[in-house]
Write a protein of this length. Structure first.
Length: 301
C-alpha cells in the first residue's frame, strides 16, 4: 500500500509586492494557480519559497495563507520548518500541526559547521515536537556539505522521521539509503533528472519548476510507474529544456519571470537575489512559446 504522503509536490514559491514585502493577495493567487496543477500537494516554506530570506513571522503567515487556500481541496500540505534556530523550527512545526498540515520537512541547520551529532540532535528534537511525520533533507548545494550515509541512516531511525527529500546527484548514496531503509519515504529533489531518481525508487518528487510545469511532472511520474520509458524520457527532455534556461538566468528569478509571463504576478525575488529584469522576461516568454513547453502551461484565471 502506497504511503499517503507519496507523490509529486510543488515546492511553493513566495509572492511579494512591488516593494519586496510579503503579499497575502498575490500569494493566494499563486496558491490557487499551483493547486490547479493536479499534483499531490504543496511543500510550503522551503528554499524555493526563499525561506532563507524570510522572517519567521512571514513564514508563519504564509503557512496560514496556504492552509486557507487549500481548504476544500484534497491537497496534501507539507510545511518546511527548517530554520537556523531550533526554537524557530519548533514554532513553525507546532503551528503547522495546528493548521492541519499533513507533514513536516526541514533542512539541517547550516548557519555554522555543526557536527553530525548536533544534526542528529536537531532532528530528534524537531521530530519529537509534534505528531506530524518529518521528512529530513539532504541538499549539499544549499548546506555546503553532504551528510554522511551513516548519519542519515541514524536520522531516519529516529522516532517520527518518515523519510527524506534527497536533492543531490549522488545517486549511489540515494540507492543505498533506499535499500538500507526500505520502509521510509524517498522524495527526489532535482527536477531536471527526476527520471533517474524515480527509476531508483523515489516515491515522488518535490520541485521548484512544478509550480508552473506541475502537469508535466505528474505525467512524467505516471509514465515511470507505467513502465513507459520512451514517454518518460521525452517528458524529462522537455523539463531539461526549461531548466537549462532557468539555470542560465537564475532559477528563482527565472521562475518568477515564468509565472509573470503565465499571468501570475508574484513580484521579484528578494534582495540580494537578482531582481526583475525585462530582458529576462522576454527570454523566458520566448522559451514558454516553444510548443513542447507551451502545451503544459496553464493559463491564469
Amino acid at each position: 500500500m502506497r504511503n499517503p504522503l507519496a507523490g509529486m509536490y510543488a515546492a511553493l514559491m513566495t509572492a511579494f509586492n512591488d516593494e519586496g514585502e510579503y503579499d497575502v493577495d498575490r500569494q493566494k493567487a499563486l496558491n490557487a494557480y499551483v493547486l490547479r496543477q493536479g499534483l499531490q500537494g504543496l511543500y510550503v516554506g522551503g528554499s524555493s519559497g526563499e525561506s532563507g530570506l524570510l522572517s519567521t513571522e512571514e513564514l508563519l503567515e504564509q503557512q496560514v495563507n496556504v492552509a486557507e487556500s487549500a481548504q476544500g481541496t484534497d491537497a496534501t500540505l507539507i510545511a518546511h520548518v527548517g530554520a537556523p534556530s531550533l526554537r524557530d523550527s519548533i514554532k513553525l512545526a507546532k503551528q503547522a500541526q495546528r493548521l492541519g498540515y499533513h507533514g513536516l520537512s526541514a533542512l539541517p541547520p547550516h548557519a555554522y559547521p555543526f557536527s553530525d551529532g548536533e544534526l542528529i540532535a536537531y532532528y530528534r528534537d524537531l521530530a519529537a515536537a509534534t505528531d506530524l511525520p518529518l521528512i529530513v533533507y539532504e541538499v549539499p548545494v544549499r548546506t555546503g556539505r553532504p551528510i554522511p550515509l551513516e548519519t542519515l541512516e541514524t536520522i531516519l531511525d529516529l522516532p517520527n522521521v518518515a523519510g527524506i527529500k534527497f536533492t543531490s546527484t549522488d545517486l549511489f548514496k540515494f540507492s543505498l539509503l533506499r535499500r538500507h531503509r526500505p520502509s521510509h519515504l524517498y522524495f527526489f529533489g532535482f527536477d531536471e533528472i527526476y527520471l533517474a531518481g524515480a527509476a531508483l525508487g523515489a516515491d515522488g518528487g518535490i520541485g521548484t519548476t512544478y509550480n508552473i510545469l506541475g502537469q508535466l511532472y505528474g505525467a512524467l511520474d505516471k509514465a515511470v510507474r507505467l513502465g513507459d520509458l520512451p514517454r518518460a524520457q521525452n517528458l524529462q527532455r522537455v523539463s531539461q529544456t526549461f531548466v537549462e534556461t532557468l539555470a542560465e538566468v537564475g532559477v528563482l528569478p527565472g521562475m518568477k519571470s515564468a509565472l509573470r509571463v503565465a499571468g501570475i504576478e508574484c513580484g521579484s525575488t528578494r534582495l540580494p537575489m537578482a531582481s526583475r529584469d525585462s530582458a529576462m522576461d522576454q527570454r523566458i516568454a520566448a522559451l514558454m512559446e516553444q510548443p513542447d513547453i507551451a502545451q503544459w502551461i496553464l493559463p491564469a484565471p
